[in-house]
Design a protein around this ligand. Structure first.
Ligand code: CAO
Length: 424
């Protein structure tokens, strides 16, 4: 069985989270991903949030599976030579440096494409062209500037950032799609092109339904928001909606047995209109099926607090898993709030490879999220992340076909680091 991206070579000039998530996905699909790191320390995440002294952090290992690592000083003339030679052999260069950093190294688009007209240069920046185009950006800044924070949280509380890394990993996903699209286009055009994704744009794309609601405000109050039932007027921007469902079917997070002492003893419950009658039977309110005050979605909208309070009285009598089992029998959409502990121990996620155990030479076994995208004819095998500079010699010798003498000269110049620098 061949891998979908076998034969594609990626020059991975990424660091921290957003870029590495993109190149990790491509590596899982079989691309040969060569990660360039600065000699000495490499990707800054190797040494961040360290839990095992002397070993690469989980932050690094969980974002850099299936890659090879070469350490090259891009500001050293011999290092520049190595990178130029790599550019000539690669299909894609991916980077997420601060704005202008790649140009300052001498690797402008013009220079890169003159070395290899077929190469695709893919970049992540915080913002697209405009007033903030020169700004450095991290995850939470993107969540705040892309519309996520202003629409997350409760109406009477401050804006909130979410645990899902929509700014970094979300942008990495967007970039990966841009890269495979440009690769496909190259099969017709024969030429490379630039692919750019701004973190603000990616977050806004993921917050699309909130821009929908912004425009709906012109037509009147957002009737599916709890705020409507509570009689609180709307302002001129999409408000924070707590745990209200973002779609047309009202939903809430409800307590189950154990809450609130157990912080995750909750279930998400959606009062989907087609199963309203089943909901009434399950919670013991059969008269709500025909009572005109409750029988239609429109009639229910101003009463959502009362309705969900009644459903919660029912969910509190059982665990979230018992509630899930009962509701599933009736096709009532719901989902338990699963903790990271529960997800880490989930047998079905292990069986599908979405949660994998990986062995690492300096840290031992650890858990990671594997490839969440499943292809029937290109199975992803998760391989451990590389040690710093682990493949420097191998890449110079086998990819660039340099002689031992040439490699010695480059090493002498200080342009490359030693193999297994992390262990030194
Ligand atoms: N050899 C020599 N120098 C190297 C090198 C190498 N192999 N790799 C990187 N460098 C240099 C860069 O050239 C740059 O030097 P100059 O500032 O002199 O041009 C320097 O290292 C620092 O790069 P940086 O500015 O990108 O890194 P930073 O830690 O200061 O900022 C970040 C990090 C993420 C804020 C910034 O890179 C950024 O805004 N990236 C775009 C948005 C993004 O992806 N953010 C998500 C990050 S994940 O949360």
């Amino acid at each position: 069985m061949t891998k979908a991206l076998e034969g594609v070579r990626i020059l991975d000039f990424t660091h921290v989270q957003s870029g590495p998530t993109c190149t990790q996905l491509l590596a899982w699909f079989g691309a040969d991903v060569i990660k360039i790191e600065r000699p000495g320390g490499g990707d800054i995440t190797r040494g961040q949030l360290v839990d095992v002294k002397g070993a690469d952090s989980l932050y690094f290992t969980m974002l850099n599976h299936n890659k090879r690592s070469i350490t090259v000083d891009s500001k050293n003339p011999q290092g520049k030579f190595v990178i130029e030679e790599l550019i000539k052999t690669c299909d894609v260069l991916v980077e997420n440096f601060a704005p202008g950093a790649l140009d300052r190294m001498g690797f402008t688009w013009e220079h890169i494409s003159s070395l290899n007209p077929r190469i695709i240069v893919a970049s992540i920046k915080g913002f697209g062209p405009g007033p903030y185009e020169d700004c450095k950006v991290y995850e939470n800044v993107a969540q705040c500037t892309g519309g996520s924070a202003s629409t997350t949280g409760f109406r009477d509380g401050p804006p909130l950032v979410t645990g899902a890394q929509i700014g970094d990993s979300g942008t990495g996903l967007h970039l990966a799609l841009g890269i495979v699209t440009a690769l496909y286009h190259r099969t017709h055009s024969g030429k490379g092109q630039r692919v750019s994704v701004a973190m603000q744009d990616s977050v806004l794309n993921l917050c699309r339904v909130k821009l929908r609601d912004q425009q709906r405000l012109k037509a009147g109050p957002l009737t599916e928001y709890s705020q409507f039932g509570e009689g609180i007027p709307f302002g001129d921007a999409t408000p924070r909606a707590g745990n209200d469902s973002g779609g047309g079917q009202p939903g809430r997070i409800l307590k189950c047995k154990g809450a609130p002492d157990d912080p995750n003893a909750y279930i998400y419950f959606i009062t989907q209109a087609p199963v309203w009658e089943k909901i009434c039977d399950v919670i013991g309110e059969p008269t709500w099926k025909t009572d005109p005050e409750y029988a239609t979605p429109k009639a229910r909208l101003p009463k959502l607090n009362e309705i969900f309070a009644r459903i919660e009285a029912w969910t509190m009598s059982m665990t979230k898993f018992e509630a899930m089992d009962i509701l599933n029998k009736y096709d009532i959409p719901c989902g338990p709030i699963l903790s990271m502990k529960e997800l880490a121990e989930d047998a079905s996620l292990r069986n599908t490879g979405t949660v994998v155990e990986v062995d690492h030479p300096t840290r031992g076994k650890y858990l990671s999220v594997g490839n969440p995208i499943k292809l029937s004819d290109s199975v992803s095998e998760v391989k451990r992340s590389p040690l710093l500079g682990e493949h420097t010699e191998e890449i110079l010798r086998d990819v660039l076909k340099l002689s031992p003498g040439q490699i010695g000269d480059i090493r002498q110049s200080g342009a490359i680091g030693g193999a297994r620098e992390a262990a030194e």
